[in-house]
Design a protein around this ligand. Structure first.
Ligand code: CP3
Length: 349
């Protein structure tokens, strides 16, 4: 497939680019009234995720409003544990919840890599999103596929929901029963590798591993229980699909940027609590950095946005191996007009 605007993919080479490519984590989401309208039509967030045509509809919404250089599959990271039989629900106004979390040793022993047929709706959504991006035989921008990291998925699978206290049940199993916890991670490595491979076969042009919670761990525990399983996935994908770049986004793990870069991922997502120039120094010149603006900027004003962009990029080369993005997902209270200011300012960088 010919990609009309491939700036995002060129950011994974050593080429000097005329401007940084830009997209936004959660660019299709609740800050857009048209997203809320589609979600209402679908009935709920999960029904939206399960309908390939609605997924394609919301995928295009931010591209109609803004000059973005990539689109991300519309789905969620928790589709995988749901397919393992853990029973995912999203209550209105609440985060995710599993009806059958991993609480007993026997729950862990019963856990297995799910049949990928249970996730066919996601692969169908990838294909439908790809079709929706294609006009006159050309794909407008690259399509990013994604998964949760084995550790971040384990947090939700064990805790059964989000956590205000850094996932105590998960960390207790990790500390007290490391071999049992490793069994969960091993199943997740197998599941995520199969899941991402199928997304590539369905049309994903690049991949991202969302490791939202790896940063709750001390650096040595992060490397053992979060980074190492991700590196097994990256190695397997690189062996089978060498031309598809894989990015790792570990929130709160700036301490291990050198180790992430050494481990084979082509890209590193940078959270908003780091300075890009420091991360570049730690990561070296041959890995692509993505990030790292504070999502809160999109609730401020035009002057603040322009000033912060200039200050964040001081001492950093945004034309080489860099993808402009936020340092975490866009929030529901972001102002759609300010998102336009943000995108346009970065496009003229
Ligand atoms: O970036 C995109 O536009 C792609 C879509 C995407 C969603 N979730 C859609 C979504 C992606 C890449 C994700 C990843 C995801 N999901 C992560 C990792 C990234 C991160 O934000 O740290 C996590 C931890 C989840 C699990 C999840 N899904 C939570 C905790 C929640 C509820 C929190 C919230 O923001 O309300 C979701 C719901 C969710 N996933 C929404 C969207 C658009 C909002 C649901 C709605 O429309 O009501």
């Amino acid at each position: 497939m010919n990609i009309k605007n491939d700036l995002f993919l060129r950011a994974f080479t050593d080429a000097k680019l005329p401007r940084p490519p830009i997209w936004l984590m959660r660019q299709a989401g609740r800050y857009l009234p048209e997203y809320k309208a589609t979600r209402a039509k679908a009935g709920s967030f999960l029904e939206l995720c399960r309908s390939p045509s609605f997924c394609a509809e919301v995928l295009l919404q931010p591209l109609e409003r803004y000059d973005l250089d990539a689109a991300i599959l519309f789905s969620d990271i928790l589709t995988v544990p749901d397919a393992m039989g853990l029973g995912l629900t999203f209550g209105v106004g609440e985060g995710p919840r599993f009806s059958k979390p991993l609480r007993e040793e026997s729950d862990v022993h019963a856990l297995a890599v799910p049949d990928m047929a249970k996730l066919q709706y996601v692969f169908d959504a990838v294909a439908e999103c790809k079709r929706a991006l294609t006009q006159d035989g050309e794909q407008r921008v690259p399509l990013i596929g994604f998964s949760g990291s084995p550790f971040t998925l384990a947090c939700y699978m064990i805790e059964g929901a989000g956590s205000a206290d850094a996932f105590p049940l998960t960390r207790r199993m990790m500390l007290q029963r490391p071999e049992l916890f490793q069994k969960v991670l091993d199943v997740n490595v197998g599941a995520v590798t199969a899941y991402l491979s199928e997304q590539i076969r369905a049309g994903a042009d690049a991949l991202m591993l969302f490791d939202t919670w790896g940063g709750v761990l001390a650096p040595r525990l992060y490397r053992e229980f979060s980074l190492a399983p991700m590196q097994r996935i990256v190695a397997a994908l690189r062996a089978e699909f060498p031309s598809v770049p894989v990015m790792i986004f570990s929130r709160g793990a700036a301490h291990s940027v050198g180790a992430i870069a050494a481990g084979g991922a082509q890209g590193i997502g940078v959270d908003w609590q780091s300075d890009l120039a420091d991360v570049r120094a730690a990561a070296g010149p041959h890995v692509t950095l993505q990030g790292n603006f504070d999502p809160l900027l999109l609730t401020t004003d035009e002057d603040t946005i322009r000033r912060e962009i200039a200050k964040s990029l001081a001492g950093f080369d945004p034309h080489h191996r860099y993808i402009a993005n936020l340092g975490h997902g866009i929030t529901p209270d972001a102002d759609p007009a300010l998102v336009g200011t943000f995108v346009d300012t970065l496009r003229s960088t």
